[in-house]
Unconditional design. Structure first.
Length: 718
């Protein structure tokens, strides 16, 4: 499609084409992820966002960086420790990657602290105060003294550091304060550590209408004389620990439930990956912590005056609607309302796609609840990757089992950081009589599919839901995803084979239209790209649009390079990691990559192939999927890719979702050949896809209203 004139290439292209060396073909995966997290941080600087939303972006940036160290950096450290010299696709050893990562992560953390300083000033101006230690006086001091004695002091357990008291274990993400003390009676020096329990709120709100908060570490330092009577405080500073939190599956693990129950306990004791020190920590205390927690594998950093910046999300809960996004109420699809709320009748009449979060996740719950209560439903099969702590989906499955239906739940225990919650759900489901399956030992079941078998006049009929996101009521409010409902018997046949594959290891032999991984998903994509290359070589229009969270897989990247060389126009919308180098002369001239970061998190996976005509067109080959284009999604996960042929659904996903993503110029960043991202200038024709979808109903869900109300055509949009 025609690119807006205000989007410019960052680097001037050489006139002479060249063949890139292997190291020049790919961006480093880890550095690309850090670049994404910097884009998240940039949203905390975006004055177009309300102040507390900017604070939320800062908190998300901190949380993302924590997980990055606990998993990705921990993995590289493990390779380095075991002398594994496996190079990344861009040619770097684990040691070389770690050097680049640490340098960039330190710069990112410095930026976080700078942004926090700026936001703190703006929060003060808005009447929301995070008090420093020297700003606590008068009534506030008296109230905090009482609060400390009654609510905090009983929870704390100071631990001395001397030959009789070895250095204590600090749990993962543990925030602690170390004190340098001297006994007044005999001038005897002693050091103490006070761990701040994770159950303790990070910030304490002072009473009154005015919003005034004090961090718990500030309170502990201020009232150290209460905690250590008879001692003089010579120094005190906070520190924080991040540990290796990845769980590796051992091949000999015979009982996954028992294995994960034990592994979760071990994870909090993983080796220290990062030690964060409060700025200004006395040298003696810093030396002690480095000696006890540093070691050769630990990355030690001075992290500013506020450690654990992710905890700022607590302040976002302050009741200040003037400092937050205007509340948005998702729509319920009119198509289902026209059938009196009967999901099966609506789906039987016509396929439906629901666009979250603009259309409510309640429709997915309504589908499952109706299945549970419908006496004609005989079986329900459901994958559960991340279901969250809210139990609406689980309750529906339990109700179905208790009603005597055959219910199968594929619970993925390997969903990182949701393992413990998924064990809880698995236990609850089994108690209710649900057949719980844990899938493969080595592979994650990442496909989001629900299958309902219903007895009808013509025999049994299968209804399916395919999602690009999780069955998670909370994330469905902030992640943009697609829910596709169909009663197509061919799709139902393929979905049943997928479940048999996961539950009984029965490898599919006769899949009609759905592609699976590990299996033929990568090869199917390669063939689709090859088909566009053929169109280009024959002189026909050739184009590819794809939207995903991450693009890492070298085979697909190389095939896209080949397509670019053949003249195929490739437009990619990749929110996070992108290892492909776009706009490199002679390699990727015809490939353009953008990233969208805004109010909602772009999460849906969609790919479109022009099929010999300029996009968008009604004959384009359109697919939705659960898979990002990464080696793990093709080789170590069960994923699906589903073609969309229903005309209305096809139009909605192509003409609305994909075109709106390509047109967005208020939340978009363009990736250059040098790896830098440049924010798009909206010029005099701004377009915000999130705002568009909040104010424009979808095609598929509008039902009869589609004929009554004119639909904005994005094909003709500027």
């Amino acid at each position: 499609m025609t690119r807006p004139a205000h989007i410019v290439t960052i680097a001037e292209a050489d006139d002479d084409a060249f063949v890139a060396e292997p190291n020049d073909r790919y961006f480093n995966r880890e550095l690309s992820w850090l670049a994404f997290n910097r884009r998240v941080l940039e949203e905390a600087c975006n004055s177009a966002h309300p102040l507390l939303e900017r604070l939320r972006f800062l908190s998300i940036c901190g949380s993302n960086l924590d997980e990055f160290f606990m998993v990705r950096v921990a993995g590289l450290k493990g390779q380095q420790k075991q002398d594994v010299e496996r190079r990344s696709a861009d040619g770097l050893t684990p040691g070389q990657q770690l050097g680049a990562i640490v340098a960039e992560a330190d710069r990112l953390m410095e930026s976080q602290q700078a942004v926090w300083g700026d936001l703190r000033v703006l929060l003060d101006q808005a009447g929301l105060f995070i008090l420093r230690r020297d700003a606590i006086d008068g009534e506030a001091d008296e109230w905090l003294a009482t609060h400390f004695r009654e609510q905090i002091f009983p929870i704390l357990t100071p631990q001395a550091l001397d030959p009789a008291h070895p250095f204590p274990f600090i749990p993962n993400k543990g925030l602690s304060v170390i004190f340098d003390l001297e006994r007044k009676s005999d001038k005897e020096p002693i050091r103490e550590i006070v761990m701040l329990p994770a159950t303790m709120p990070r910030f304490v709100r002072l009473p009154g209408d005015q919003a005034r908060y004090v961090s718990v570490e500030t309170i502990v330092k201020r009232f150290a004389p209460v905690l250590f009577p008879g001692y003089e405080v010579h120094g005190a500073a906070a520190f924080r620990v991040l540990r290796d939190s990845d769980i590796e599956i051992e091949e000999e693990a015979e009982d996954l439930v028992r294995y994960f129950a034990n592994a979760i306990k071990r994870r909090r004791r993983g080796r220290v990956i990062r030690l964060e020190l409060e700025t200004g920590m006395p040298d003696a205390l810093e030396g002690l912590l480095k000696e006890e927690l540093g070691g050769s594998d630990t990355i030690v950093t001075e992290s500013g005056n506020l450690l654990g910046i992710t905890d700022l999300d607590m302040l976002v809960d302050e009741d200040r609607p003037d400092l937050k996004f205007t509340p948005f109420t998702p729509r319920f699809p009119e198509r289902i309302r026209e059938f009196g709320g009967d999901c099966f009748a609506a789906i039987s009449a016509k396929d439906i796609v629901v666009h979250h979060p603009y259309e409510t996740f309640e429709v997915v719950l309504a589908f499952l609840k109706q299945a549970a209560n419908d006496p004609d439903v005989v079986a329900i099969k459901q994958t559960l990757y991340r279901a969250g702590k809210q139990s609406a989906v689980i309750n529906a499955l339990i109700a179905a089992a208790e009603a005597g239906k055959s219910v199968t739940a594929v619970v993925e225990l390997k969903a990182r950081f949701d393992e413990e919650q998924n064990l809880v759900w698995a236990s609850a489901l089994e108690r209710a009589g649900v057949q719980v399956v844990y899938g493969f030992i080595d592979w994650k079941t990442h496909a989001k599919v629900s299958l309902v078998v219903r007895r009808e006049s013509g025999g049994f009929r299968t209804y399916c839901h395919f999602g690009t996101g999780n069955y998670h009521p909370v994330t469905a409010k902030i992640y943009t995803d697609l829910s596709y409902f169909t009663a197509d018997p061919v799709i139902g046949h393929d979905a049943a084979q997928m479940f048999n594959y996961v539950t009984g290891y029965v490898e599919p032999q006769d899949m009609k239209i759905v592609s699976l991984s590990p299996g033929d998903l990568r090869q199917r994509l390669l063939r689709l790209i090859d088909a566009e290359i053929v169109h280009a070589q024959a002189g026909r229009p050739a184009s590819i649009w794809a939207k995903m969270n991450s693009l890492v897989d070298p085979a697909l990247i190389d095939k896209l390079y080949e397509a670019s060389g053949a003249g195929v126009e490739v437009d990619l919308i990749i929110r996070g990691i992108c290892c492909l180098r776009p706009q490199v002369p002679g390699l990727s001239d015809n490939i353009h990559v953008k990233s969208i970061v805004g109010r909602f998190l772009e999460h849906s996976r969609i790919c479109v192939f022009g099929n010999g005509k300029t996009l968008p067109n009604d004959g384009a080959k359109l697919y939705i999927s659960s898979a990002d284009w990464m080696p793990r999604n093709f080789d170590r996960r069960v994923e699906y890719m589903l073609p969309i042929t229903n005309p209305t659904v096809h139009d909605q996903i192509l003409d609305q979702v994909m075109v709106a993503n390509l047109l967005d110029n208020e939340q978009s960043w363009i990736l250059g050949p040098d790896g830098d991202y440049t924010r798009v200038d909206p010029g005099d024709k701004p377009f915000n896809l999130h705002r568009y979808f909040m104010t424009n109903p979808s095609l598929s869900g509008r039902g009869a209203a589609l004929q009554k109300v004119p639909t904005l055509s994005l094909r003709a949009a500027p």
